[in-house]
Design a binder for this molecule. Structure first.
Ligand SMILES: Cc1cc2nc3c(=O)[nH]c(=O)nc-3n(C[C@H](O)[C@H](O)[C@H](O)COP(=O)(O)OP(=O)(O)OC[C@H]3O[C@@H](n4cnc5c(N)ncnc54)[C@H](O)[C@@H]3O)c2cc1C
Length: 392
């Protein structure tokens, strides 16, 4: 089968790219997914949607994406599950100047964000302990979404625009001729295209290995714990990021909270997902560690019940920012990978940005070189405010 563009990977990244390509006149677009849309790390995401970043480029992408996620029904034609519970990020004294700098920059690009002193935080979250807290950044209009619903909305809208979706379609080998990708051999037959998009997430280097190429992406494990909150903490609460205690959390319905660590396991990176066990149970050791961290900040959480959890993987680049752009090795191969644990909230903008580059548009959300893989060769990596990569 021949297409103008074939997108491989039906997560939040690939579905968004397929949608914006199909909405912007890319011609015949195919979206190939080994299992089902949302099956990959998108389906394991806690889907926090915050706008706090260190660079104006990624802040602009987060803002553009937030605008889509909050109005997904109207703009794309289906749900994203976006819920505006607000986002707060607590910092200790060592990060106060960085917080101030980031909030000033955010405001200059149009983000509704401000600094709260600990007593102002307590007015919103009366059960918080301000030990070790110098201040918080507060985004009242941020929140969280439903990652699988978002990917399904993008893929359905792409199909409505004329794209073809192939689920249970695994790319098994890739044939190239010189600097061009010629053909994808899949479990559903072969595909040829003018442009091939690699949106395979943590499997990106397995995909590229079929072409003898790679990108600088390490795979890291992240564990999520689910808490059933005690009676006095029922209802939705804001999304919280706590740098001094190295955790973040978001509500899941009225009774539960998903909690993750701000830093994934950076000590034991792997090259591909096969180095990890995605069925691994999140056990009592992790629950104990996470329980200590959350009850330092919210003492009433000491009474929360451990209600399970899951393991997920991040595809992490050296500067914790995605790789988006044409490959250095193959002229018609476009990579949109290395989401570094924060790719869900950027997915709409990554779809728009990728589609603009692929279609040769002159206008871009950000300068394309900012996320191009050449930055690793030229050693022009983006600077971060904090020592936590995921809040880059
Ligand atoms: C535990 C966890 C929590 C997270 N929390 C947040 C958060 O709060 N906010 C946020 O913004 N981000 C978060 N993220 C990150 C975010 O979810 C991911 O960056 C994003 O969803 C990745 O989407 P993707 O489409 O790039 O990859 P994936 O969703 O993994 O999609 C890649 C797809 O490619 C398919 N594929 C791979 N190889 C092939 C092949 N050979 N043939 C066909 N198909 C193939 C896979 O089946 C898969 O479905 C979190 C991630 C995890 C794991």
């Amino acid at each position: 089968m021949r297409f103008d563009v074939v997108v491989v990977g039906g997560g939040s990244t690939g579905t968004s790219i397929a949608y914006y390509l199909s909405a912007n006149g890319a011609g015949r677009v195919a979206l190939l997914e080994r299992n089902w849309v949302g099956w990959g790390q998108t389906g394991r995401s806690t889907a926090v949607v915050r706008l706090h970043y260190s660079t104006p480029e990624i802040t602009k992408m987060a803002l553009e994406s937030w605008r889509v996620l909050k109005d997904m029904e109207k703009l794309v034609g289906g749900p994203s599950g976006f819920t505006a519970v607000g986002f707060m990020m607590f910092v200790g004294p060592e990060d106060y100047d960085g917080l101030r700098k980031n909030v000033d920059m955010q405001r200059s690009v149009g983000v509704n964000s401000r600094i709260l002193q600990p007593d102002e935080v307590r007015q919103i979250l009366p059960y918080v302990s301000s030990t070790g807290m110098a201040a918080a950044a507060y985004e009242p209009e941020s929140g969280y979404a439903d990652p699988v619903a978002t990917a399904q909305t993008f893929s359905s809208a792409a199909v409505t625009n004329g794209a073809k979706l192939f689920e249970k379609c695994e790319v098994k080998s890739v044939k190239a001729d010189g600097r061009r990708v010629e053909r994808l051999e899949t479990s559903s037959g072969y595909f040829e295209a003018d442009v091939v998009v690699n949106a395979t997430g943590v499997w990106c280097n397995d995909f590229l290995a079929m072409l003898g190429a790679e990108v600088p992406v390490a795979i890291m494990k992240e564990e999520i714990v689910v808490w059933k909150r005690p009676e006095n903490l029922r209802g939705l609460h804001p999304v919280v990021g706590d740098l001094p205690n190295n955790f973040y959390m978001r509500p899941f319905a009225d009774h539960h909270t998903y909690m993750g660590s701000i830093n994934p396991d950076t000590e034991n990176p792997g090259k591909t997902p096969s180095a990890f066990n995605l069925e691994e149970k999140v056990g009592i050791d992790t629950a104990g560690r996470y329980g200590d961290a959350v009850s330092n900040r919210f003492p009433d959480f000491a009474k929360a019940e451990f209600a399970g959890g899951w393991v997920g993987l991040y595809d992490v680049t050296p500067d914790w920012l995605p790789v988006v752009g044409f490959s250095r090795h193959y002229e018609n191969l476009f990579n949109a990978v290395g989401m570094s644990g924060h790719g869900f909230k950027l997915a709409p903008a990554i779809g728009m940005h990728s589609s603009n580059i692929i279609l040769g548009k002159k206008q871009h959300i950000i300068e394309p070189s900012f996320l191009d893989e050449k930055r690793f060769v030229e050693k022009k990596l983006a600077e971060k405010t904090y020592r936590y990569g995921v809040i880059s």
